[in-house]
Ligand binder design. Sequence first.
Ligand SMILES: Cc1cc2nc3c(=O)[nH]c(=O)nc-3n(C[C@H](O)[C@H](O)[C@H](O)COP(=O)(O)OP(=O)(O)OC[C@H]3O[C@@H](n4cnc5c(N)ncnc54)[C@H](O)[C@@H]3O)c2cc1C
Length: 237
Amino acid sequence: MGRWKSGRVVSTREETPSGRSIVLDVPGWGGNIAGQHVDVRLTAEDGYTATRSYSIASADGSDRIELAVDRLPDGEVSPFLVDVLAVGDELEVRGPLGGWFVWKPEQTEPVQLIAGGSGIVPIVAMIRAHAAAGSRARFELLYSVRTPSDVFFASELEGLTTTYGRTTVYTREVPTGWPVLPGRVTREVLAEHTIPASERPSVFVCGPTGFVEAIADWLVELGHDPARVKTERFGGT
Ligand SMILES: Cc1cc2nc3c(=O)[nH]c(=O)nc-3n(C[C@H](O)[C@H](O)[C@H](O)COP(=O)(O)OP(=O)(O)OC[C@H]3O[C@@H](n4cnc5c(N)ncnc54)[C@H](O)[C@@H]3O)c2cc1C
């Protein structure tokens, strides 16, 4: 699993009412592939530890990594990372982890990205890596998010739309003038707004467990090869 490394918080930024991004300087990190994650370990004064996984939003080969965490009100670790952790604090991390849910610039096939809520984090790493490499692979994102203010990395995602296509589905509240009512992604929305199975895209689905499982089942029903549908479950229902 690799050894634990100490990262120092160099900056944080409020991204949404319940989430923020955190940039860590991790000496000796050595880079990561877009889509990978880290384990973060918190240790209390009495020695009690709690470990959780967080996707890495960056993939630039440096010793800096960016995480983005959504606060679960009754959670053990996420409220600390969102509300308490401060610039200059040390955080133990282990990684990079995961070699399956990853996108590499040498891949040329079309890519369909599907994110629910904070499941956008590893997808942002892929969009950033795709733009940085000047990749010509077709990239499409279907992003399900509660309200316009819950969009992580909003201005950057908007700025990069010259390199990828995006459809956003708002589940609770839509922007002013939006042509459709709020609602969840359905099988029909999926069929209409994603790259068809006939084009054999690689598909990356990330978000809460229930979201990922429903989407993955529909993708297979829509004819996608299960081997091309890669999923990352963040937990919950
Ligand atoms: C590979 C991987 C990558 C992840 N990347 C990210 C990331 O980039 N950003 C991020 O914010 N989270 C991410 N997560 C989720 C993260 O690991 C934690 O599960 C999350 O922060 C909750 O931890 P907690 O200690 O606050 O809550 P806990 O104390 O563990 O749980 C509190 C309650 O919330 C429920 N719950 C746990 N996780 C979720 C969830 N994701 N959604 C809804 N309910 C949940 C639990 O069942 C429990 O009832 C990732 C998970 C995995 C496996």
